[in-house]
Write a protein that binds this ligand. Structure first.
Ligand code: 5GP
Length: 207
């Protein structure tokens, strides 16, 4: 896979951690950031649009994509399959943009293995009470909330593997924090090798 000066931005969080809202605000904030739409076998929620929020596929279609190597990574989350089409990521990077991936912790580990330069950010609400309140506000049934909190117990164990943790309290502050992390990551020496080389050459010619 071709790599250039763009890197994937991975946002993970327990369900209710607010990564979807953060991602939407982030891609709105700058045309350089593009949401990498993923595939899922879960049922579409009323407010969701196929191709915008997810590509909603059947289990058979998902398996076919997996077998054909069309998925960069995939995971089973809450009993459904989710996977990132290779194209969602490569298209963005080849056009000089940064794919923003809101995926679970297993997916984040896979992306990290393929793109060690990926920026990985774990989001957490300020407290467990806030997490529960956000899940309730989404209209999740109590038994679904329990499942998601159980999954959160497993997910938080993976937080140590991320580059950064951002506490998602006020949306605007969270988005600013993630934007700042992206800016810092872009300053890594590895993305400026040509510029340094060119500068070096000019200095030598100037002597
Ligand atoms: P939800 O069903 O609430 O939209 O998503 C459930 C979980 O699956 C979330 O943690 C979400 O970030 C994650 N997810 C969504 N798409 C993908 C994907 O393509 N790959 C992986 N590994 N996780 C995903």
């Amino acid at each position: 896979m071709k790599k250039n000066c763009c890197f994937p931005i991975v946002l993970s969080a327990p369900s209710g951690g607010g990564k979807t809202v953060v991602r939407s605000a982030l891609v709105k904030s700058c045309a350089d950031y593009v949401f990498s739409v993923t595939c899922t076998t879960r049922e579409r929620r009323p407010e969701e649009v196929n191709g915008r929020d997810y590509f909603f596929v059947t289990a058979a279609e998902f398996m076919k994509m997996k077998e054909k190597g069309e998925l960069l990574e995939w995971a089973e989350v809450h009993g459904n399959y989710y996977g990132t089409p290779v194209k969602s990521v490569t298209r963005a990077m080849e056009s000089g943009r940064f794919p923003v991936m809101t995926i679970d912790v297993k997916g984040a580990a896979s992306v990290r293995a393929i793109f060690p330069e990926a920026l990985t950010v774990f989001l957490l609400p300020p407290s467990l009470e806030v997490l529960k309140a956000r899940l309730r506000a989404r209209g999740e049934k109590p038994e679904r909330i329990d499942i998601r909190l159980k999954t959160a117990c497993e997910e938080i164990k993976e937080a140590y593997k991320f580059d950064y943790l951002v506490v998602n309290d006020k949306l605007a502050d969270t988005v600013k924090a993630v934007e700042n992390l992206i800016k810092v990551n872009r300053m890594k020496i590895m993305y400026h090798l040509n510029f340094i080389k060119e500068f070096e050459k000019q200095l030598e010619n100037d002597r």
